[in-house]
Design a binder for this molecule. Sequence first.
Ligand SMILES: *Cc1c(COP(=O)(O)O)cnc(C)c1O
Length: 402
Amino acid sequence: MSDNDKSAHDAARQRGFSTLAVHAGEDRQKFANAITDPMFCASTYTFPDTASVIEFIEQKLPREEYGRYGNPSERVVERKLAELEGGESAVLFSSGMAAIVGLLMTRLSAGDEVVFFNECYHRSREFCTKHLARFGVVTREVAACDYAAMEAAITPRTKLLVSESPTNPHLSVVDLDRFAALGAKHNVETLIDATLGTPYNLRPIAAGIDYVLHSATKYLAGHNDLLAGVIVGSEEKTAPVRKLRGIMGSVSSPHNIFLLARGLKTFELRMQRHNENGLAVARFLAAHPRIERVFYPGLETHPYYDVAKRTMRGFGGLVTFLVKNADWRQTAAVVDATRIARIAPSLGGVESLIEQPLVMSYYECTPEERKRYGIPDNMIRLACGIENHEDLVADLEQALRH
Ligand SMILES: *Cc1c(COP(=O)(O)O)cnc(C)c1O
């Protein structure tokens, strides 16, 4: 990047969200004068002579070397993601899980401890309790948003405090200032999985969180057509994460990177619609006689409404609800009766997706485990896409008549 480009990137920081989504991280003049960044389908990069190899190794020559360590268009997307998040540096991974695993493997060693709020992505929990445990890392889980319990779980060996915000599927909202202050007080790093929050709705870096993680598969890419993950943080903190990624090899393909860069252009437009749809659907469900309870941080009845109101710009497209007096089959019948939302895991894409957590994610758990994770049989999770909310509401209305 030339100095000129660099100052253009700095000026972009003051700009609006969509302007950033479209332009941030990109050089003004690109390869072959094309307006888009090309896909660099190269596994390796050539050197003109041995002296250049030596110069590169001695770090005098910034350039690409091998596909596992970086790709020119990946660097563009990483700069864009860092700017959208308001962080110094972003490291892109092949999936959200690869990003979580990459960060935990970078930060934790045998004997270290990590403390989690217990409402979390099932596979993150599984990685810690089943796999990091094999390497002598201790995982402690405390109730979501119970800051006193989290503080009590911190020991001199604690290296990382972890939470999602909002959480999945209960949509509890973490008080980021409190969470960051807890880490600072005990000199422990903090990680927020802000996949459901998105950089449009939530600003963890500004609140003092050390690492922000996204499954870019969801809202950031936004089209249900790729997997990606990202860690954002300071240059200093993310450098070792990038180093380990180069060893683990959890990198995105050039085509994936291209799709992510393209998807990001409309990020703000999509988020505005997701927010609008989530709120409209949540309000409709909250007023419906067949609904026992709605989990949506934008509803006044939500236990974390005040925190959400203070910390979020919008509340996202995910709405979780309980069908009144329904067993798991009657709940499944509601899911099966929807005509617009497709039955699938995931969220954050243009297509609405619907699922029953009991079946989709917790089928192999015991009833006791599901009770502990707060997954009742009559729970449905609807990830609103960008369709028109009148249609989503009408579809739910007819599905609930079944
Ligand atoms: C989907 C998801 C992940 C995992 O991301 P992948 O891209 O599917 O690997 C992690 N955390 C949250 C909150 C998610 O929704």
